[in-house]
Design a protein around this ligand. Structure first.
Ligand SMILES: [Zn+2]
Length: 277
């Protein structure tokens, strides 16, 4: 598949609290240079602030300035007219913040919404608090269960973000999340996505080395999704610097093609567009 047909649906810019190493302009320039069809900026919106995070860096909710982000995207659309540049958000789902989340999504318009879990049970997996007192099976299972509960409550989203985020920063020798270990939960999650026509994200940031651990993507998760009727797959680099825009997309688009998937998805004004691969 020609790179010109592939979209990177998950990128952070200077408008995310942790995106200061890049900008909309630099990431768009990189997408154009490397031959992507386009990209979507999905800056962070997390209303909950875990105590580990408040102590280290940030005490305020991680909500970005939507008007400024969208104005900058409009400006870059003119400068980089060869590619599609889309307006998105990565909404951090959290039970106690449901009202804020619903209100935020009602008040703003996006091309695409990614629903993710970054924090749960008052903890932040990135800083490790979440894993204390849990073995790998409990930690991964509870994370998946939380995504399922929150996304089925939310409903108003297009892409389920990085289901394996919890494995990225985990301390266990068990590096990856496999279908066989959580088949009941995956059946619920993948069945929901398939029925609702929402996208399963392949987030390529999860499959890079982090402190000597490299989680892998279990093909059985994708095969089960297909079996349940799912055909909407979104590729996202989760880039926080321009060098990672479209990272490993050649490999993962071939990978999903080899499993029998026919399309790659992106969203414009919340409408699903399927590109043949
Ligand atoms: Zn995320």
């Amino acid at each position: 598949m020609a790179r010109r047909l592939i979209y990177d649906n998950h990128n952070h810019s200077q408008f995310s609290f942790d995106g200061s190493r890049t900008s909309v302009r630099e990431a768009a320039a990189q997408a154009e240079k490397t031959g992507l069809a386009g990209l979507c900026f999905t800056d962070h919106c997390d209303f909950f602030v875990p105590k580990e995070k408040a102590a280290h860096e940030n005490e305020r909710p991680e909500v970005f300035d939507v008007a400024s982000q969208q104005m900058e995207i409009d400006r870059c659309r003119e400068e980089f007219s060869q590619i599609g540049i889309f307006k998105g958000v990565e909404i951090g789902m959290y039970r106690d913040c449901r009202d804020n989340i619903r209100k935020f999504l009602t008040e703003h318009s996006f091309d695409q919404v990614i629903a993710s879990v970054h924090y749960l049970d008052g903890t932040d997996p990135f800083y490790g608090g979440y894993y204390q007192g849990r073995d790998w099976k409990q930690a991964y299972g509870h994370y998946l269960e939380t995504i399922y509960e929150e996304m089925t409550w939310l409903g108003d989203f297009d892409i389920m973000g990085h289901f394996d985020y919890v494995a990225r920063y985990a301390p266990y020798p068990q590096e990856s999340i496999f279908y066989k270990d959580f088949s009941d939960l995956f059946d619920l999650m993948l069945g929901y996505l398939a029925r609702e026509g929402k996208a399963l994200e392949i987030n390529t940031k999860s499959y890079q080395d982090y402190k000597g651990r490299t989680p892998e993507l279990d093909k059985n998760i994708l095969l089960r999704y297909k079996e349940l009727g799912g055909e909407v797959i979104s590729l996202g680099s989760d880039s926080h610097n321009p060098g990672r825009v479209g990272d490993k997309f050649g490999f993962y688009s071939e990978f999903i093609k080899s499993l029998g998937f026919k399309y790659l998805a992106h969203f414009e004004e919340r409408k699903l567009i399927q590109q043949s691969i």
